[in-house]
Design a protein. Structure first.
Length: 246
């Protein structure tokens, strides 16, 4: 796919330059060997058309076309040949009378005006066609870019949990289920008395998150056990990453 850009830098001594892509506003490197020789050295601000390739791990422009030079050459080739008109005038001066000369001059001028009008119209029409083609190319490239972006955004990679994370999630869900069942079948005051009289966890020397089986157990340890190392930011929430606590 072709892109459009402008030359913003050229280092003649090093043989390379930079293009500014008109769509992404990113810079693309080009080598002088890939740049068209017609029209002389690269000029800052001139417009080029190119494709992008990966050359030995470096992204660079390739198959470059100098749009400004191409348009100028085409217009120059279509200019009116005024030398033919001058030759007609010279012949009229040498071979005809005064009246004949005037008639020839008038005729030449008239024909020349008509010729210039048609030539100018042809040049203008060519310029309009080139501009239309240029805008059509830009529009097509933009549509392709938008479609590609939609495809990229539409594809979401699945999230894979580790076995450790799956076990932690399962333990949390089991704890939540037990709480729900207990709250449905046991009066609130009995639950409080049971939890106060019979502790679920005991301090047994464990100090790290990797040793905890549930988030509830980790909270118990940092509140009741010494030398724990599970709440680095001291916000009262231990092992946030392990148990996915936000």
């Amino acid at each position: 796919m072709f892109y459009l850009g402008q030359v913003i830098e050229y280092h003649e001594d090093k043989g390379y330059g930079l293009l500014l892509d008109q769509d992404s506003a990113e810079t693309v490197k080009f080598l002088i060997d890939d740049f068209p020789r017609q029209g002389g050295q690269p000029k800052k601000g001139e417009t080029v058309k190119y494709i992008v390739i990966n050359h030995k791990g470096v992204i660079k422009a390739h198959q470059m076309v100098r749009l400004d030079v191409a348009m100028s050459n085409e217009l120059l080739n279509k200019k009116v040949d005024i030398s033919k008109q001058k030759n007609i005038l010279k012949k009229g001066k040498h071979n005809g009378s005064k009246f004949g000369i005037v008639s020839v001059v008038i005729s030449v001028i008239f024909v020349g005006l008509i010729y210039f009008v048609f030539a100018a119209w042809g040049q203008y029409k060519t310029y309009q066609d080139e501009q239309s083609a240029k805008f059509a190319l830009l529009e097509s490239q933009q549509r392709q870019i938008v479609e590609q972006q939609r495809k990229d955004v539409g594809h979401v990679k699945p999230v894979h949990f580790s076995e450790k994370s799956k076990n932690a999630l399962n333990e949390q869900s089991q704890v939540l289920e037990s709480k729900v069942i207990q709250s449905d079948h046991t009066p609130p005051h009995n639950t409080t008395v049971a939890s106060e009289s019979v502790p679920k966890f005991t301090c047994d020397g464990r100090t790290h998150c990797s040793q905890m089986r549930s988030y509830e157990e980790a909270v118990f340890f940092i509140k009741n056990c010494p030398n724990t190392q599970m709440d680095g930011n001291h916000d009262g929430q231990p092992c946030e990453k392990q148990f996915h606590i936000r």
